[in-house]
Every structure is written in structure tokens, then in C-alpha cells.
Design a protein around this ligand. Structure first.
Ligand SMILES: Nc1ncnc2c1ncn2[C@@H]1O[C@H](COP(=O)(O)OP(=O)(O)OP(=O)(O)O)[C@@H](O)[C@H]1O
Ligand SMILES: [Mg+2]
Length: 717
């Protein structure tokens, strides 16, 4: 039980051990994945918002330039190139005034049809015979004719500063192009603005980037500022693919916009409405991941020690339980070993007991047989002398009775005798038994009875009870070789709940006390052991007290021994009070009605020829007529012949198809009302006795046989 409990506890602990690591790990994975997505989404949103701001700014700036260009055109619409040159100074002042408060505008340049700069907002007077006809803003503006052309980033011819041009045609009232108006836009303005935008969020990211770009991939402004010339976006770049997919705006991941440009970034872009331009913002994914890592590290800082503690606790519990299981297994093995040893000891003790018994019994029987054989020899020689014959016959009888006593004790010890409990009055039994008890002690001993006036009735086998009292009195007598006093007392008692061997309730205590030798502790401890005796070989079998103890136990009672060397011994039999209706069987039962023996026919069934012959002779001697059979079949044959049979007297244990019990069943079927007396010396295994069938135990003498036969015949059939 304990072992299986431990097994399931071990299993649970193993599961807990795995769970203590697996559950936090799975939780960490799930939450980290969720956080990663959240961080990425947030970064993308931030980028898109930044992009939107930059796009709005770009729209405003370029619309302003369109207005400025329009204004310039208004000023010079009706003029010829010569007119313009003539009023170069005035126009220079006007241009300068027009752009004075516009931060991104470096200068405004009016170029004639052949590419000669005519007026500049930034420089007066302009050198003559210079041409910008090779510049892309001049050619681009002429090419687009109406609308604006945004040039690439380049170095100013006069001011020697980088710029990109916002150019349109100088259009006359008739709509014919007379030249080009070019506004030089400073990339620095955008770079500053982008720096402001990107640094305001306070995120430490060296991969942050923002660009203004022509839709053909030409970069116009970029933060952080490049060291060399600004590169162009390759047509096969991830950005080109993204605007091909979604021209108005979107998000993509790449290693660079213009070409391979680590680190890897996430980009958002937007088209500058109304112009062939895009704004792009990017952040390095490693910076986003760094934030994410911070969160994970925070979690790990809490989770790892907790998980470790949980794991350690579970592990300790597991190790402890395992050790406990091992100890339990060890203890189990120890118990098994001890049980084996105990069994071996028990076997050895049993063998020793059998040896003692065999020795003692053989010795006793040899003595008896010596008496019997000797007497018979004398009988054969002195058969003519009646007094000698009688004396020898008495010797034989005494020896045989002693033999019967020994076999009875042996059977009692082997518990192979039947108990026939009756509800009795212990006092009455003892009174009836008194003469026999007095016979058992000699004149040097005073035997007194102290019987309580009213004891409760008890259920017991009267024969066994008498044997027990006789054994106790015999022991007391043997303990007082020089005489003394034996007292037999009875009194009512109450068994408490603390008594381990008996049920609580009323009881009767029958005590036999003596003032003899007493027992030392060792003898007292072993006294009830079967075959334990301190008496010489042939003097005692050592079965007396074990019979008393067995009887007490069989009656639901117990035995109590009080003894002190030199003081005396007092042994009490405790018997539980009878609970049912009290019908007291007294020893002085009404005398049986005398049946004239000559009227009765007794059928004797016995397989042992000598025993059968003795029974037949005995019955004949007191006047019965007899029939005899060696087995059940022969007996049934006789019964079937319709001759007179009054009593079937049969042995229970017989060889053949039927034993005595089955014979009596069959006989009663053949002759209902037939009286039956069974006999047995050893009836265990023959089956339960049918109620009300009297059994005469073997060995029996002629008197007991005659009494029993008379009693059975007299009983109402
Ligand atoms: N009243 C007693 N006083 C002293 N010793 C006793 C008394 N009753 C029993 N004993 C001791 O206990 C032993 C066992 O008693 P038990 O009656 O079982 O066998 P026994 O008397 O030796 O043999 P048996 O009863 O067959 O004659 C005795 O040998 C004796 O030593
Ligand atoms: Mg004895």
C-alpha cells in the first residue's frame, strides 16, 4: 500500500519536474513571440507616422516653390531677354525679396532661351556669356514644358553650394517658352528637418534614416548626411519593388534602400502628393529587437530564479521520495527476511515438539503395554485363580484407561475432537464433579470450594470443562508433594473494553489456587506451551495447561496465571457469560426409562474385527440381541432384510463407499425412526454431525457403552 502510494507520488513529482521547466519556457516563448510582433507593429506605426509628417512638409515646401516660381514668371512674363538684362538689378532685388523668408530656397535664377543666366536672387551682377544649358534643370524644364521639373542634386555654378533645382519654363503671355526659371533648393533644409523628426522620439538607433527621393531613384536629401555623393536607387532594389506594388505608400524590410547598406532595416515610404517625389523613413531592426530583448531580459530576471527555485524544490522532493521508496523496499525486504526466519524457527520448534511428544508418548505407552502384556501372561498362567484374575484384569483396565487418557489429550491438543457446547451453570457442574476431584487429590491435600451464590450461565463443552478443572487440580496436587490447600472459586466478572483477548461484557471467573511450589518466571512463561513439562519422563505430557488454554479459547474466554515461587499458584479460566436464553443443563438429568435389554436388537457396524467383537460381546453380556457388519454395505443389506433392528451402532470412520454418517442417512431412509448411536475416536473430516445424533467417543468401556445404548433406546424416537 505504502509502496504503491510512493510510486504514484514519484510519477506526479516527475511530471511536476518537467512542468516546472516546460510551463515557464512555453509561457516565455509565447509571450516573447507576442511581444516581438507588438514591437514590430509599433515600430512600423511610428515609422509611418514620421513618414506622414515628412510627406506633409514636403508637399507644403514644394507647393511654396511652385508659388514662388509662378510669381517670378509673373514678374518677367511680358519682358524680352534684353528687357530683363536692362532691369537686372531691379529684378535681382525683387527676386531676393521674394525668397528672403523662405529657408529652403538658396537662390532663384532666370535663364534665357540659349541657357545664359539673366537674373539671380543671390548674385549681382551676373558674369556674362556663361551657359547653364548643360544643366539637367534647364533641359528638364524645357522638356516637361508645362509643370515643374525637379533636378538632381548638384553644385551651384555661382554660389558653390549643393542644391537641387525646382525648375519650370519662363512662359510669355502667348504661352511660348522664353527660358527657364530655376529655384535652387537647399537639401540642408530637409536634412535638418529630418534630423529633428528622427531624434525627437529619443530612441537610440544608429540605423535611423530618412530620405527625400525622386521617383526615378535619385536621392535629393538624406539624414544622416552621406560622406560621399548621394547614391541612386537601383531599379532592382527592394524599394523599387515596393513602389511598384503600392505606389502611394507602404512598408518593407531591406538591407538598404539604394543598394546593400547594412544594417537591416524596416522602411516606411509615402508619395509626395502632386510631385514626382517620395519620402522614406527607416529604422534598424536590431534597435527594435534591442527593446524587445530588454523586455525578455526583464522577464527572465524574474522567471529564471523562480523556475530554478521551483525546479530545485521539486527535484529535492523527488530525490527524497526516491530515497524513501528505496528505504521502504529495504524495509519490505527486511520484513520478508524476518518472516522467513520466523517460519524457519516455528518449523524447528514444531519438530522439537513432535520429537518431545513422540518420546514421551512412546515411553508412556511402553509402560502401559508392559503392564498389559505382563498381566495377560500371568492371566494365561493363573487363569484358575479367580482373585488373581480379577486383580490382573484391574491392572489391565487401569493401564488401558491411562492409555485412553493420553490419546484423549493428544486429540485435544491436535484439536481434532469435537466440542459440543451447552449452556451450563458452572457451580452445578463443579458440585457434580466434586467427588471425582476429591479422588484426584490425596489425603494430605485440603480441597475447598468457594462458589459465588449466583454466577451467570456460560456456553461450554461440559466434558472439556471438567477435563480443564481436573488438569488444574492435578497440577496443583503435583506442586504440593507434601500436602497443602487447593481452593476452587467461582465469581462473576466484567470484561472491560481494554481486554484484548475477550469481548467486553459479563463473564465467570473459575480459579484454582494452591499454596505449592509456584513457578519461576521462565516456567510460567512457557507453562501453557504444548509438551512443556518440568515433570520427569512418563510423569507428565506437558499437555495439561495447553488443554486448559485451548478450552478457554474455544469457549471465547481466556486464561490468567498468577504465580510466585514458594508461595503458590492461582490459575483462572475466564468464560464469557451466555447472552442467549438460559437453559441450564444440570448434571442430575432425569433418569432414563429402563428398557428391557432382551427386547432390543442392536446392529453393530465396525470395520476393526477386535473392536467389533468386544462391542458385540459386551452387548450380549448385558442381554441385548446383536447383529454385526464389517462395513456400511453389509449393514444396509441386513437392514433391507426386514428383520428386527432397534438400534444402529456404527463407527463413523470406515473404509468403503459410505462412512458411518452416510450409513445413518441411508439407514434412516430405509427405516424412518431407527435409533442410531455413532462412535468415533477420530471423526475430523467425516463431515458435520447431524443434529441430535449421539456420539460415543472411543475408546469406551463396557459400562459407558451400556449406558449410552440404554439412553438412546429410552429416548423418544
Ligand atoms: N499449579 C502449578 N504449580 C507449579 N507449577 C505448575 C502448576 N501448574 C503447572 N505448572 C508447571 O507447568 C508445567 C506444564 O503444566 P502442564 O499441565 O501443561 O503439564 P504437566 O502437568 O507437566 O503434564 P500433564 O498435565 O500431562 O501431567 C508443569 O510441568 C509445571 O512445571
Ligand atoms: Mg498437568
Amino acid at each position: 500500500m505504502a509502496a504503491s502510494n510512493n510510486k504514484s507520488a514519484l510519477g506526479l513529482l516527475r511530471v511536476l519536474l518537467v512542468a516546472s521547466v516546460a510551463v515557464p519556457a512555453v509561457l516565455l516563448l509565447v509571450t516573447s513571440w507576442r511581444d516581438y510582433n507588438t514591437q514590430m507593429a509599433r515600430a512600423r506605426q511610428d515609422l509611418e507616422r514620421t513618414c506622414e509628417v515628412a510627406q506633409e512638409n514636403a508637399v507644403r515646401v514644394f507647393e511654396r516653390q511652385r508659388d514662388v516660381a509662378e510669381h517670378v514668371n509673373d514678374l518677367v512674363r511680358d519682358m524680352t531677354e534684353n528687357d530683363v538684362l536692362a532691369s537686372q538689378f531691379t529684378l535681382h532685388r525683387q527676386f531676393a525679396a521674394l525668397t528672403a523668408n523662405i529657408p529652403e530656397i538658396q537662390s532663384v535664377l532666370l535663364v534665357g532661351a540659349n541657357g545664359e543666366p539673366l537674373v539671380s536672387a543671390g548674385l549681382y551682377p551676373l558674369p556674362r556669356h556663361v551657359s547653364v544649358s548643360d544643366r539637367d534643370y534647364f533641359r528638364g524644364a524645357i522638356a516637361v514644358r508645362s509643370g515643374a521639373f525637379i533636378s538632381s542634386l548638384q553644385m551651384g555654378k555661382f554660389l558653390k553650394q549643393p542644391f537641387f533645382g525646382f525648375a519650370r519654363t519662363w512662359t510669355g503671355p502667348d504661352g511660348v517658352a522664353k527660358g527657364v526659371i530655376d529655384i535652387a533648393v537647399s537639401p540642408q533644409y530637409f536634412t535638418d528637418f529630418y534630423e529633428l523628426l528622427l531624434t525627437e522620439d529619443g530612441i537610440d538607433d544608429h540605423g535611423k534614416i530618412m530620405m527625400l527621393m525622386r521617383n526615378d531613384g535619385q536621392v535629393l536629401a538624406r539624414y544622416p548626411r552621406p560622406r560621399g555623393p548621394l547614391p541612386r536607387v537601383q531599379s532592382a532594389s527592394p524599394f523599387a519593388a515596393a513602389i511598384a506594388r503600392s505606389p502611394e505608400g507602404g512598408v518593407f524590410k531591406a538591407n538598404g534602400v539604394t543598394g546593400p547598406d547594412p544594417p537591416r532595416r524596416i522602411f516606411a515610404y509615402r508619395r509626395v502628393t502632386g510631385f514626382p517625389l517620395y519620402v522614406i523613413a527607416g529604422r534598424s531592426t536590431s534597435a527594435i529587437l534591442a527593446v524587445w530583448w530588454q523586455i525578455i531580459l526583464g522577464r527572465l530576471a524574474v522567471g529564471v530564479p523562480t523556475t530554478f527555485a521551483l525546479f530545485a524544490i521539486t527535484w529535492t522532493a523527488l530525490v527524497r521520495t526516491r530515497r524513501e521508496e528505496w528505504a521502504l523496499a529495504q524495509a519490505d525486504a527486511e520484513i520478508v527476511k524476518r518472516e522467513h526466519a520466523e517460519q524457519a524457527l516455528l518449523r524447528a520448534q514444531r519438530l522439537e515438539a513432535v520429537g518431545q511428544l513422540t518420546g514421551g508418548v512412546a515411553h508412556d505407552f511402553n509402560n502401559l503395554l508392559a503392564v498389559i502384556i505382563g498381566s495377560i501372561e500371568l492371566l494365561e498362567r493363573r487363569s484358575d485363580d479367580a482373585t488373581t484374575v480379577q486383580r490382573l484384569a484391574r491392572n489391565i483396565r487401569a493401564a488401558s484407561e491411562r492409555g485412553a487418557e493420553i490419546t484423549a489429550k493428544l486429540l485435544s491438543f491436535s484439536r481434532q475432537h469435537r466440542v459440543n457446547p451447552e449452556v451450563v451453570d458452572v457451580n452445578a457442574r463443579l458440585r457434580a464433579f466434586e467427588p471425582l476431584l476429591r479422588q484426584a487429590v490425596n489425603e494430605t491435600i485440603t480441597l475447598t470450594f468457594e462458589l459465588a451464590p449466583q454466577v451467570c450461565s456460560v456456553s461450554l463443552d461440559p466434558g472439556e470443562f471438567e477435563s480443564a478443572v481436573l488438569n488444574l487440580v492435578g497440577n496443583a496436587r503435583d506442586a504440593m508433594p507434601r500436602g497443602g490447600r487447593i481452593t476452587i472459586t467461582t465469581r462473576n466478572d466484567i470484561i472491560g473494553a481494554d481486554h484484548a483477548e475477550m469481548k467486553p461484557g459479563p463473564a465467570v471467573r473459575v480459579t484454582v489456587s494452591d499454596d505449592g511450589a509456584g513457578m519461576d518466571a521462565e516456567t510460567a512463561a512457557r507453562a501453557i506451551e504444548p509438551f512443556f513439562t518440568t515433570k520427569g519422563v512418563g510423569q507428565g505430557t506437558g499437555l495439561g495447561l495447553s488443554q486448559v488454554y485451548g478450552f478457554a479459547k474455544q469457549s471465547g474466554g481466556d486464561l490468567a496465571i498468577e504465580t510466585a515461587p514458594g508461595v503458590g499458584t492461582s490459575i483462572a479460566i475466564l468464560l464469557p457469560g451466555h447472552a442467549g436464553e438460559v437453559t441450564i443443563a444440570t448434571s442430575d438429568a432425569p433418569l432414563s426409562v429402563q428398557v428391557r435389554p432382551s427386547e432390543a436388537v442392536v446392529l453393530v457396524v465396525e470395520d476393526e474385527p477386535e473392536v467389533r467383537a468386544v462391542a458385540v460381546e459386551g452387548l450380549k453380556a448385558i442381554g441385548y440381541r446383536t447383529l454385526s457388519a464389517a462395513d456400511a454395505e453389509a449393514a444396509l443389506d441386513i437392514l433391507r432384510q426386514n428383520g428386527r433392528v432397534d438400534l444402529l451402532f456404527a463407527d463413523i470412520v470406515m473404509p468403503g463407499a459410505r462412512n458411518g454418517l452416510q450409513l445413518q442417512d441411508e439407514a434412516r431412509r430405509l427405516r424412518p425412526g431407527l435409533k442410531v448411536l455413532l462412535t468415533s475416536g477420530y471423526s475430523l473430516g467425516a463431515g458435520p454431525l447431524p443434529a441430535g445424533v449421539p456420539v460415543l467417543s472411543k475408546p469406551y468401556d463396557q459400562t459407558r457403552l451400556a449406558d449410552q445404548v440404554r439412553e438412546v433406546l429410552a429416548a423418544a424416537g
